[in-house]
Design a protein around this ligand. Structure first.
Ligand code: ADP
Length: 251
């Protein structure tokens, strides 16, 4: 069975500082359908959004965000498990840091855990361990983590469910004439440098971390698919029916 990693960002999971349960239910419904034909690992952000309704600290300070995430992580897991239960499934929590992938021993143990969970029909739900690692909280993404998860845990593909429905030739929120690139085979090094050049219209914001994830996977002969996490039509067509209507495939 093919193994895939699905990563969902905070924007998709939350709305005005609160978790959006309806979207989580739609996501879980898709994941359960995907689990029929694939081994599925989920990488989920959202701990800060989940914790903020309980612990309203100033989010500008990093250690406050870490504390809010610590409060929110079990809340997030409870919501996932409540939704999974509707389909007779359960989720398991794994909190990892980028350093875990540098240690062959830790990486091996984590992969054995994942393999055992998948063999038993459990959905592994991974997040960064925000109490010790700060990459997600500082750079606001699990894109790097999910690319490592995909590669080191033996997946063929990473699916990023984002607030954007694909990779465009320029930022679609700033340029009405931007057009989506459906298939991308190579990433030019200049595309990965965009963050540094502030007045460059092409690929700003969160897209660069996604391109870095794609670059990491392409170099290792793995693929990545970016599609909307708000409207799951494109990812469902591609993953469940094999029809590439929308979304960008890096392959
Ligand atoms: P996530 O929903 O995964 O947190 P981000 O908001 O971090 O995603 O990143 C996606 C954003 O990147 C889009 O909303 C878009 O405004 C911006 N962006 C910049 N350049 C591009 C581009 N070339 N193609 C797609 N999105 C882009």
């Amino acid at each position: 069975m093919r193994r895939v990693v699905v990563k969902v960002g905070t924007h998709v999971l939350s709305d005005q500082n609160r978790l959006c349960e309806e979207r989580i239910l739609n996501l879980v419904e898709f994941l359960v359908a995907l689990m029929k034909s694939h081994e599925v690992i989920l990488v989920s952000s959202g701990a800060v959004a989940a914790g903020y309704s309980i612990l309203k600290l100033d989010k500008k300070m990093l250690h406050n965000r870490q504390a809010i995430a610590a409060v929110g992580q079990p809340q997030l897991m409870a919501i996932y498990n409540k939704k999974l239960e509707k389909f007779g499934k359960s989720g398991a929590q794994l909190l990892l840091t980028a350093d875990d992938f540098d240690s062959r021993k830790r990486c091996f143990h984590a992969k054995c855990t994942i393999d055992t969970l998948l063999d038993n029909g459990i959905l592994p739900i991974i997040n960064e361990n925000d109490a010790t690692a700060t990459e997600e909280l500082v750079f606001g993404d699990n894109d790097q983590l999910s690319s490592r998860v995909a590669y080191y845990f033996g997946a063929d593909m990473l699916i990023l469910l984002s607030d954007i429905d694909g990779y465009y030739d320029k930022d679609p929120h700033k340029h009405a004439d931007a057009s989506m690139r459906k298939i991308v085979n190579t990433i030019d090094p200049t595309e990965l440098e965009m963050e540094k050049s502030t007045n460059f219209a092409f690929a700003t914001g969160g897209i660069v971390t996604k391109l870095k994830a794609a670059d990491f996977l392409l170099e290792r002969n793995k693929s990545m698919f970016i599609a909307s996490g708000f409207d799951l039509t494109d990812v469902k067509s591609y993953m469940l029916e094999g029809i590439h209507k929308g979304g960008t495939l890096f392959t």
